[in-house]
Design a binder for this molecule. Sequence first.
Ligand SMILES: *[C@@H]1O[C@H](CO)[C@@H](O)[C@H](O)[C@H]1NC(C)=O
Ligand SMILES: *[C@@H]1O[C@H](CO)[C@@H](O)[C@H](O)[C@H]1NC(C)=O
Length: 332
Amino acid sequence: MRLSHFALLAAAASVAASPLKEHKKRASSFKWFGVSESCAEFGSGNIPGVYGTDFIFPDTSTIQTLIDDGMNIFRVAFLMERLVPTTMTESFDSEYLANLTSVVDYITGAGAYAVLDPHNYGRYYGSIIESTSDFQTFWNNVATKFASNSLVIFDTNNEYHDMDQTLVLDLNQAAIDGIRAAGATSQYIFVEGNSYTGAWTWTEVNGNLVNLTDTENKIIYEMHQYLDSDGSGTSATCVSHTIGQERVESATQWLIDNDKVGVLGEFAGGVNDVCEEAITGMLSYLIDNSAVWLGASWWAAGPWWGDYIFSMEPPSGVAYTGMLSILEPYFV
Ligand SMILES: *[C@@H]1O[C@H](CO)[C@@H](O)[C@H](O)[C@H]1NC(C)=O
Ligand SMILES: *[C@@H]1O[C@H](CO)[C@@H](O)[C@H](O)[C@H]1NC(C)=O
């Protein structure tokens, strides 16, 4: 999604006073609470695309605002095709890497966690990634660059879908192995599942991922959950005020039964009473199960979201002004 300069100015002009209200902080036990930082993956139809026209990097000044508000994890989306334009195993485009790295360094320099999120849906130039060894090399190369930064988290890929289930297992394992072989041994690794890594379908689809192994034992199962009727996160309408908890219950049981831990890597709902109640119900349930749920991250912030229904971009994003105070009691 991309907005005209005019729309951005119009949005900026309507900035209200600080959306933060007084509220009581609950006794939280999440390790992470934050947001996905989007826009470096925008314009995926244009590779490499033009900086400032097709894509832009997250704004470190608004990231700082969110850190000041209490967020401590930022999932930074990027496109593999912009980082490695010719083959997955080649060396990086130095400019795109430098821009990505400066955002990551800003976040971790402030003491927050930065999640490296290749926003590729298990695909490279539109084709399902079939070569686990190429994928392993890609991750080995990425991890080499960030091996000394323990506040970086590696997210193997955003939302695998419509792929062979064994391939999803094998790609995640290849990423883990490539990362550890680079000497990046202190970092958490977020693995994602098939079917857009949905929590609501996790047990039906992604049971085989129980077999992932990590020499450092720092695998976190990243699931996503939206609360609209088809679970796609394209509508501001939530199914019911209880749908949040309902959609994460079976995945929670899976984590408990299998002695695993998870993170809700994407979630959102519209700014309205039903969604606010559904989100509060879901987050309360996750925090009640914080032995297996380590955190949650809203979708999404980023400089080009404009009046997007879920925009958490300060100062005027719809969710920043309308939802932040609902989420804040769950901050770390
Ligand atoms: C990197 O960011 C600079 C601005 O800081 C911009 O001029 C340049 O085009 C960007 N390059 C890429 C590939 O993102
Ligand atoms: C995990 O791996 C074991 C050993 O290969 C296999 O028997 C089992 O079916 C796998 N579990 C799942 C849920 O796929």
